[in-house]
Design a protein around this ligand. Structure first.
Ligand SMILES: NC(=O)c1ccc[n+]([C@@H]2O[C@H](COP(=O)([O-])OP(=O)(O)OC[C@H]3O[C@@H](n4cnc5c(N)ncnc54)[C@H](O)[C@@H]3O)[C@@H](O)[C@H]2O)c1
Length: 346
C-alpha cells in the first residue's frame, strides 16, 4: 500500500514509518518538524526508494491538497499531534490548533481527494489516539471501546475532539475511517521530555529523578514497536467505522516503573550509588489522572494481535538503546523546555 503517515518524525510515527517500509509499503512521511520531531528517527529508511519525506503542516490545506494530488496514497495514518500533557497545561492553544483544527483540515483534504477519486471503499483514514480520552479509572475496571469519553487535560480533550471529528466524517460523509486508542508507549527514540527517558537520562547524569505526587498513578505500558505493529494491522484488517483499544496489559505505578528502570541501570551501568537514591518526589501535575487500564480484547480476538514483549523485556531493550545512542538524545536536550518542569500551574 501507499501510506501517507503524518507525524512520522515523532516517537510513534517514526516506528510506524520504519515498520511500514520493512513490510514493503510505500511511505510518504508528512511532518511539520516541531520541537518534538527528529529526522534521525527515520534515518534507517531515509534512502529507501519506498520512502519520501514532505515537510508540511496539517493545518495547511493547500500543502495537504498538493501532497494528496502528487502522491495519491491508498490510506492515511494520522499521528501528527501535540502530545505532551505538561505542555498542554502551560499552552493549550497549540493543542487546539494542531490536534483539532489540524485533524479537521486533514479530514477535509482526505475527503476531497477520496471524493475526486470516486469514493473507493478500499481507502482508509486511520486516526491514532490515546486512552487518555476516557479519563481516569478507580482501582478497578478497564477502558473498553464503549467507555464514555471523559477527558480531563487540555491534551486529552483535544484528542477526544479529534476522535469525534473523525467518527463524524465517517458517519456523515462515508469516509472509510478507523480509529485506535492506545495506552502509554515507551521504547527507542522517545523524546527526552517524557517519563521513561527522563528517568534514564537523569539517572545517568546523577540528577534527581522527579516523581509527580506520590508516584502512585497507574499506567498501562506498551513497547512502541508493538504499537506500530498493532497500528499496521488495524489499518489493513480493522473494520471500517470501528475503534480498537491497544494496550500492553502491563499496569504499573509510576514509582514501580521508575524503580524497575533504576534496577536495570544498576546492572547495566553501575554508578557510585544505587540510582534509586536519586528518586525525588515533586509537586503533582494538576488534574493528574489516577489510573489508565486498557481492555485490549477486541484487537486480540478480532485481529489476533498481542504484544511481543513484557514490560520487563521492553524496558531492558529501551535502557540498552539509550545507553547505545547517546548522540541521539544529547542533541535533543537543548530543545526548548526539555529538562524543565512544565505544567505546574493549575
Ligand atoms: N506517546 C504515547 O504514549 C501515545 C499513546 C497513545 C497515543 N498517542 C498518540 O500517538 C500520536 C503520536 O504520538 P508521539 O508520542 O509519537 O508524539 P510526538 O510528539 O513524539 O510526535 C508528534 C509528531 O507530530 C509532528 N507534528 C506536530 N504538529 C504538527 C503539525 N501541525 N503538522 C504536522 N506535523 C506535526 C511533530 O513534528 C512530531 O514529529 C499522537 O497523536 C498521540 O496523541 C501517543
Amino acid at each position: 500500500m501507499k501510506l501517507l503517515i503524518t507525524g512520522g518524525a515523532g516517537f510513534i510515527g517514526s516506528a510506524v514509518v520504519r515498520q511500514a517500509v520493512a513490510q514493503g509499503h510505500d511511505v510518504i512521511n508528512l511532518d511539520a518538524l516541531t520541537y518534538a520531531a527528529c529526522l534521525d528517527n527515520v534515518a534507517s529508511v531515509a534512502n529507501s526508494p519506498q520512502y519520501t519525506f514532505v515537510r508540511a503542516d496539517i493545518r495547511d490545506r493547500t500543502a495537504l491538497d498538493t501532497v494528496f494530488a502528487t502522491h495519491a496514497p491508498d490510506a492515511v495514518m494520522h499521528l501528527a499531534a501535540e502530545s505532551h500533557v505538561d505542555r498542554s497545561i502551560d499552552g493549550p492553544g497549540t493543542f487546539i490548533d494542531t490536534n483539532i483544527t489540524g485533524t479537521y483540515t486533514l479530514l477535509e483534504a482526505a475527503r476531497s481527494y477520496w471524493t475526486q477519486g470516486g469514493r473507493p471503499d478500499s481507502f482508509r483514514f486511520h486516526h491514532i489516539s490515546t486512552d487518555e480520552v476516557f479519563g481516569s479509572l478507580g482501582p478497578t475496571g478497564m477502558f473498553t471501546e464503549t467507555t464514555p469519553y471523559d477527558p480531563r487535560s487540555p491534551y486529552s480533550a483535544s484528542k477526544a475532539a479529534s476522535d469525534h471529528l473523525v467518527r463524524a466524517w465517517g458517519e456523515t460523509y462515508g469516509l472509510p475511517v478507523v480509529l485506535s486508542n492506545c495506552s502509554n508507549n515507551y521504547g527507542p527514540f522517545h523524546f527526552p521530555e517524557k517519563l521513561v527517558p527522563v528517568v534514564i537520562l537523569n539517572a545517568l547524569a546523577g540528577k534527581p529523578i522527579p516523581i509527580y505526587g506520590e508516584g502512585l498513578n497507574i499506567r498501562d505500558w506498551l513497547y512502541v514497536e508493538d504499537h506500530a505493529d498493532a497500528l499496521l494491522l488495524v489499518l489493513q484488517k480493522g473494520r471500517v467505522g470501528r475503534s480498537y483499544n491497544i494496550g500492553g496489559e502491563n499496569e504499573a505505578t509510576n514509582i514501580d516503573l521508575v524503580r524497575k528502570i533504576c534496577a536495570i541501570l544498576d546492572e547495566k551501568r553501575p554508578g557510585p550509588a544505587p540510582y534509586g537514591d536519586l528518586i525525588t518526589y515533586v509537586t503533582d501535575r494538576p488534574g493528574h489522572d489516577a489510573r489508565y487500564a486498557i481492555d485490549a480484547s477486541r484487537i486480540r480476538d478480532e485481529l489476533g494481535w498481542q504484544p511481543s514483549v513484557t514490560l520487563e523485556q521492553g524496558l531492558q531493550k529501551t535502557v540498552q538503546w539509550y545507553l547505545d545512542n547517546e548522540s541521539w538524545w544529547r542533541a535533543l536536550q537543548s530543545r526548548d523546555g526539555v529538562g524543565q518542569r512544565l505544567g505546574v500551574q493549575g
